[in-house]
Design a protein around this ligand. Structure first.
Ligand code: PEP
Ligand code: MG
Length: 593
């Protein structure tokens, strides 16, 4: 398997951020997302037929590529997004595109690239001047078809993650959550990137999908060409380049152990998530796409604690209609019955962009028009989602949760719009659950500080530690350079969690956690001690957390968290927790792989 062409010393080790556990052994496939540029040049008369032919071949090739992508996607859940490909196919058939470009080659003696660039510019001008917002937005489809045509004209491969036809490990500078959701798990067996942090949505999705990955490697795209044999060790954050025969053997053994451990953990799925002293904690799955539900059930999820609804809005030009949303939510709710499903309203922005739907040119998107801020601005879009969620509540146990709430006024504004949606549906005679629980994510420091005030407004809290840590400690969750400062056990975070849980208890509302902190069994005992009723996580982590939960008592957790809260530094807290958990569970917290 070791390739002769690769000029990289055997067993070169690159260390990045462990984003998603598991071992992937295979060859790399580089994805370069740079935009193509077109060079304009005058051609001789004799070159005209050749340039016209090159252009027509690029059109033909683009068409067959799109058709291939289409058939690759058709049997998957994402088939509903196929209309984007159809739009691109229609653009390729557009007579104006074909005629104008060939006329520029023939009459103005422009090379094919230059002629295509001019035609595309003309198209774009026309679209930019259109008043109708929907039609104006079709410009991005033209851009994307233009990019494809140019790549084909220049003989460069397309950078699609959909059409990959063999098992590979993707190497990219950065992958968006939208890229990750397109990945065919049968083909993309692992990925590694230059950029990214452990709680970026790309990493979260990789864990949910069970794709081993290492991110934040900084220079992997520059150092590792396509076709390099590698091993991804997603638990330790290692990428081994050009592995020796001995390393292969070692990792094949690790892979076997990993699989065995997974099977052993799966056997916990049917057992109850109950402590030795009979305290039941609901362990739920975080879900981004409806096709993750069978996986969540396999791992024993007793509900969905966080349905990241915004993923439905990615990779498409128009938002899903109200009816489309009802179909998607209903399928999740019915599959999960009798367990509850917490649908979080749109959390677009931050690192999740639907370029056609939300604003992309903010200089500080994490603190910008994200989540409810965006939703409260785009009230029509928000109302359509609220109506869809309300309608779904007639078909099963639905809970509605608002993200990024920073104060009481915001939650009241959300509830007012919800009341409007309710009234509309009542007038239309459409059934809804009159008691659908309403909750909020606590993920902004201001919300943690006024948790007592917010608790009076809602039925439940769910703590989003991914953002809470990011905002409390001022550490960008997606930035590999500050990843070392991203500390779940910082005294400020423990105090914030304590404040939130106390406020919830006092108001007698339930309190869960759906941030990634909930998925690490190292923290299970302290979360129990803090008083969380529900922990929601990427489904593969559920059995690991349950394993610990079933072997402890709540009062032990209360004692431990009290000790940790008395300490002044993260290092001290880490040491104490590690020692305590390793004493109780020897070997369990050593990354096996
Ligand atoms: C969080 O912030 O912890 C959370 C669960 O939400 P998201 O990761 O989608 O921002
Ligand atoms: Mg969040």
């Amino acid at each position: 398997m070791v390739s002769e062409k690769i000029d990289i010393p055997q067993d070169t080790l690159l260390v990045g951020i462990a984003a998603s556990p598991g071992i992937a052994i295979g060859q790399t496939y580089s994805v370069d997302r740079e935009r193509m540029s077109a060079v304009e040049r005058r051609i001789a008369v004799a070159e005209v037929p050749g340039q016209i032919q090159a252009f027509m071949q690029a059109v033909q090739l683009s068409r067959s590529q799109l058709e291939e992508v289409r058939s690759a996607v058709s049997d998957r859940e994402l088939a509903e997004h196929l209309y984007i490909i159809d739009t691109h196919l229609l653009i390729l058939e557009d007579q104006m595109l074909l005629d104008e470009t060939t006329a520029l080659i023939r009459d103005e003696f422009l090379n094919a690239e230059g002629a295509l660039k001019r035609t595309l510019q003309k198209f774009e001008k026309v679209f930019d001047s259109i008043e109708d917002e929907y039609l104006r937005e079709r410009r991005s489809d033209i851009d994307s078809v233009g990019e494809r045509l140019l790549r084909n004209l220049k003989g460069q491969s397309q950078q699609s993650l959909v059409g990959i036809d063999r098992q590979v490990i993707v190497v990219a500078h950065e992958l968006s959550p939208a890229d990750t959701m397109q990945m065919d798990r049968a083909k993309i067996i692992g990925f590694v990137t230059d950029l990214g942090g452990r709680t970026s949505h790309t990493a979260i999705l990789a864990r949910s999908l069970g794709i081993p990955s290492v991110i934040g490697l900084e220079t992997v795209t520059a150092r590792v060409p396509s076709g390099t044999p590698v091993i991804v060790d997603g638990a330790l954050g290692y990428l081994v380049l050009n592995p020796s025969a001995e390393t292969y053997r070692e990792y094949e053994e690790k892979q076997r152990l990993y699989m065995n451990r997974e099977t052993e953990l799966l056997s916990l799925s049917s057992l109850s998530a109950e402590t030795l002293d009979g305290c039941r904690i609901r362990l739920c799955g975080n879900v981004e796409l409806s096709d993750e539900i069978p996986l969540a059930m396999r791992y024993g999820a007793e509900g969905v604690g966080l349905f990241r609804s915004e993923f439905m809005y990615l990779n498409r030009t128009l938002p899903p209609t109200e009816d489309e949303q009802v179909v998607a939510y209903r399928s999740v709710v019915e599959a999960m019955a009798p367990h509850p499903v917490t649908i979080r309203s749109l959390d677009l922005g931050g690192d999740k962009f639907a370029p056609e739907i939300n604003v992309t040119d903010e200089s500080n998107p994490a603190m910008g028009l994200r989540a409810v801020r965006f939703s409260l601005k785009e009230r029509r879009l928000f109302k359509s989602q609220l109506r869809a969620i309300l309608r779904t509540s007639a078909f099963g146990r639905v809970r509605l949760m608002f993200p990024m709430i920073s104060g009481v006024a915001e939650i009241r504004a959300c509830k007012d719009l919800l009341a409007e949606a309710r009234a509309e549906l009542a007038a239309e005679g459409i059934a809804v659950d009159p008691d659908m629980p309403i909750g909020i994510m606590i993920e902004i420091p201001s919300a943690a500080l006024i948790a007592d005030l917010l608790a009076r407004e809602v039925d439940f809290f769910s703590v989003g530690t991914n953002d809470l840590i990011q905002y409390c400690l001022a550490v960008d969750r997606g930035n590999e350079h500050v990843a070392y400062l991203y500390e779940p056990l910082h005294p400020a975070i423990l105090r914030a969690l304590q404040t939130i849980c106390r406020a919830a208890r006092q108001a007698q509302i339930s309190v869960g956690m759906c941030g990634e902190m909930a998925s690490d069994p190292l923290y299970t005992l302290i979360l129990l001690g803090l008083g969380f009723d529900e922990l929601s996580m990427n489904p593969p982590s559920i059995p690991r957390v349950k394993e610990v939960l079933r072997l402890v008592r709540r009062d032990e957790g209360e004692r431990l968290i009290a000790e940790l809260l008395s300490m002044a530094t993260t290092a001290e807290i880490n040491r104490h927790l590690d020692a305590e958990m390793n004493r109780r569970f020897p070997g369990l917290f050593k990354p096996l792989l």
